[in-house]
Structure formats: structure tokens, C-alpha cells
Design a protein around this ligand. Sequence first.
Ligand code: DAH
Length: 339
Amino acid sequence: MEEKIRTLLEQAKAELKSVANIQELADLKVKYLGKKSEFTALLKGLGELPVEQRPQMGNLVNAAKVEIEDLITDFENQMQAKELEEKLKKEKIDVTMPSNVQKIGSVHPITKIIDEVKDIFIGMGYKIADGPEIEKAEYNFDKLNTPKGHPARDLQDTFYITEDIVLRSQTSPVQARVMETEKPPIKIICPGTVYRSDSVDATHSPVFHQIEGLVIDKKVTMADLKGTLEMFAKKCLGENTKIRFRPHHFPFTEPSAEADVSCFVCGGKGCRVCKGEGWIELLGCGMVHPNVLRSCNIDPEEYSGFAFGFGVERIAMAKYGIDDMRLLFENDIRFLKQF
Ligand code: DAH
């Protein structure tokens, strides 16, 4: 029996040497160590030996099995390592290959201006306010000292959903909403989309964006308004920007003004951007009309305030030298990726 064990062991070792892959190795394992293997048969046959020989033979068979098992495991590990190495070699990354470029969009110029303006005013202690785009005519007009019959309420001027509900034509109704719900001091800006019944051309669009500002407190004056707008213009358009006021009319402010900024491209000498004027019209503004304060339950004897409003497209066009407003709405990637 000893002889048989030794022969089997030698045979297994010899076969192991010629194993070429994992499958052959698995077959070899079954052949020598499986239930139907010769080693198992030998173990089963131990019972036929004389009792005193059984333990010794049993040990010999088991030792041979362990030896084969260890050899197989070693071989298996070696083969796996080799396979992994080959796989890694095949999967080697060629760092010189061009990558799959991920196309990431850019922030839309309108959003960029809105974010910039928000940052500037937040830096001056303002809060951001929001209001509905589908607005009651009452807030879009009446509370802003624009009673029925006023030309601004013309059907041509904005989109009417019903006689009393409009797509807001300006961000100014947010002023009224804030004044009604908050007690002064109030310091807000309100960016948002507004609508007008205008046909599309290079400088008009039925949908555009405005930013409204409102400050209400005791003893607020036109000087505060001018200082605030000057600070804003310098931060938004450059340190050397100057500001000038021209008298104007808005129903919700008295006195009212339009504010121009010195052209930030030519510095005021006159160029294509400012159309030779040296100045660019920036916004409408004024001291909040006492009627507006009253209609929002604020006592004009105790409080005063200023307000301003401007078109975001106008600023974006001036700042980035865009000569056609339609470019801002067409969303052509070739245009947008420049920002
Ligand atoms: N709402 C005005 C417009 O759409 C802009 C404006 C002017 C807003 C003067 C104001 C303001 O708050 O005081 O033309």
C-alpha cells in the first residue's frame, strides 16, 4: 500500500507539471482528491488491513493528500497571479489617447448678471425678494399709483389673462407685496422675469428680465438713492464709472429720474457701444410716491424711500457688447459658450 501511495503522489506531481490552465487544474483536483479518487478508495480500503497497520497507513494517505492539496493551491495561486498580470497588461491605459471631452454648459449671461447684481446688493445689506409672474392688475398697476385709464394699462402694453390678472409687466409689484407684509426698514432687490406685448426685434422681446430695488426707512433721501446707484455702477461696470440723473416720469415715484452711466467701453468719449453719446441709459428710479406708500399701509409722514428698476438684458448687452437681444434667447451654443 505504501508503494501505491508513493506512486500516486509521484503521478500527481508529474501531471501537475503539465497543467496548462485553471480548468485542467480543477480536473486534476477532482481526480486525486475527489470522492471517487484513488486516495479516497485507499482510505476506504484501510478497514481491510490488520488493525495495527491501519493508523500508520491512514496517516500516510492523509499526508500524501495534504501534500497534493498544497501543491495544487500553490499552483492555483501562481496561475491566478499570472492571469491577473496578463489582464492588466491588456488593459493598460494609454495616457496619450485623446479623452472623451465632457461638454459642460456655461452660466447664461442673463443669469450671470443677475447673480453679480445680487452679490453687490447683498454686500450692501439688501435681501432678495420674489413675487409671482402671473400678477393681479391691482399690484402691477393700482397699488403703484397707476389707476384704471392710465396708458400703461393699455391692452397693448402687457398680456391680460383676465381683466384683473396680467403677466407682470415689471418687477415693481413685488415692492407693493413686500411693503404690505413687512415693516420698515425695508431693503430689498427683486430679480425676475417680466412680460410686455412687444414684437421681437434687436432691442425688444415680449419676455425679458428686470431687477427692482426698494429701500424704505426714516429720512431716506434722493442722495441715498444716488450714492447707492453710484456704488452699484462702479462695482458692476468698473471703478471709473460715473453716474448722472435725468428728470423723468414714473407713476410710482416722485420725483423720478432716469440714471445713465458713463460708457465703460470708451470712458465717455463716445464709441459704438454708447452710440457716440458717452453715456448709457441704465435704469429708472425715484423717491417712492406717497400714494404708493399709503396704498401699502406705510405712513408717508413717517417714512420715505427710493426705488429703482432696470432691464437685465440691457446691462448684459452693454457689458458684453451684444448688439442683438435675440441672441440672448436663442440659446445657440456657439453664442453661449463665449461666456
Ligand atoms: N418699473 C419700471 C419699468 O418697467 C422701472 C422702474 C422705474 C422701477 C422707476 C422703479 C422705479 O422701481 O422707481 O420701466
